[in-house]
Design a protein around this ligand. Structure first.
Ligand SMILES: [Zn+2]
Ligand SMILES: [Zn+2]
Length: 292
């Protein structure tokens, strides 16, 4: 895809996954088979409080070693922090604070993602109190059973407050009910754990439940995008504003919209822009934000 001026391959990634190494229903080998068969290129194991060593498994996918960490959060709810590209000898210390854990993972060359903040009962202000996240989860499939899978409003509140975080979509796979409902397309020169981790650290990805983004461009105050057929394309921006793209009427044929262009040069500066798509089956896709 063309990711804001760079032509790069994209890789379909499952970045938040559990196995029988913690509370997942399936052994790592079974989880690998499910995701291989669904066309994924990247799979990260992120078991609770435990690094699942990926060198023990064979796969055509790139396997990333991770962990889900649970430092203290609010009185009735701890943090859920997904750490990716964690060394095999990583010793999990649950007495550290959220900020200390994020700093430690970053110091080891990994990246951290704020997992399902709405489900945790967190506000944007609380999430923004910890610095150094590479992303937050805008969609988490396994939390949809209590209606808290989407974190779009919390994301916008973070962006409004000046925390320019991109967002991933994940299954948080525990059982087949969670499977293949949300994933992250990572734009990287090659599909190695290092290149994928670097791309995540640098914000080169988009989150999706189905729609494919082919190009994202922003230059000279004009935002342009091309994507698979969608019924809605909206450019989200700060506070109360938003820029409606092409929104198909209810009566129109599904999936009529495949491109978007908006000149934002007259808008006040100091905000952000992010593209939000929805296809005819109500599957969303979310671009990374750009500063404006
Ligand atoms: Zn979690
Ligand atoms: Zn999880």
């Amino acid at each position: 895809m063309n990711f804001f001026g760079r032509e790069l391959p994209v890789f379909k990634a499952a970045l938040h996954t559990h196995s029988t190494c913690s509370d997942g229903r399936f052994r790592p080998e079974e989880v690998i088979a499910f995701y291989e068969n669904a066309g994924f290129d990247v799979l990260a194991f992120t078991d609770h409080g435990k690094v699942t060593p990926v060198a023990a498994f064979r796969s055509r996918m790139t396997l990333i070693q991770g962990i889900e960490m649970h430092p203290a959060g609010l009185p009735e709810s701890c943090w859920h922090i997904v750490a990716l590209h964690v060394p095999g000898d990583f010793v999990y210390d649950n007495t550290l604070s959220a900020q200390q854990m994020v700093d430690r993972i970053r110091g080891l060359g990994g990246v951290c993602i704020a997992a399902h903040p709405y489900w945790c009962g967190f506000s944007a202000g609380f999430v923004g109190g910890v610095s150094g996240f590479a992303a937050l989860e805008v969609y988490n499939s396994s939390t949809r059973y209590i209606g808290k899978a989407y974190n779009m409003q919390l994301w916008d509140e973070l962006l409004d407050s000046g925390t320019m975080l991109p967002a991933v979509a994940v299954d948080d796979f525990h059982s087949m009910d969670d499977f293949n409902h949300g994933w992250t397309m990572v734009a990287a020169p090659e599909c190695t754990p290092e290149a994928i981790t670097t791309a995540i650290r640098e914000g080169r990805f988009y989150a999706t439940q189905g729609p494919r983004i082919e190009s994202l461009e922003f230059s000279g105050g004009v935002f342009r995008a091309k994507f698979s057929p969608c019924t809605e394309a909206v450019l989200m921006t700060g506070k109360w504003r938003g820029i409606k793209g092409q929104v198909a009427s209810e009566a129109a044929e599904k999936g009529c919209c495949t491109s978007f262009e908006a000149d934002v040069s007259a808008l006040p500066r100091g905000s952000y822009l992010r593209l939000q798509l929805m296809d005819g089956d109500h599957n969303y896709a979310w671009s990374a934000p750009v500063a404006w």
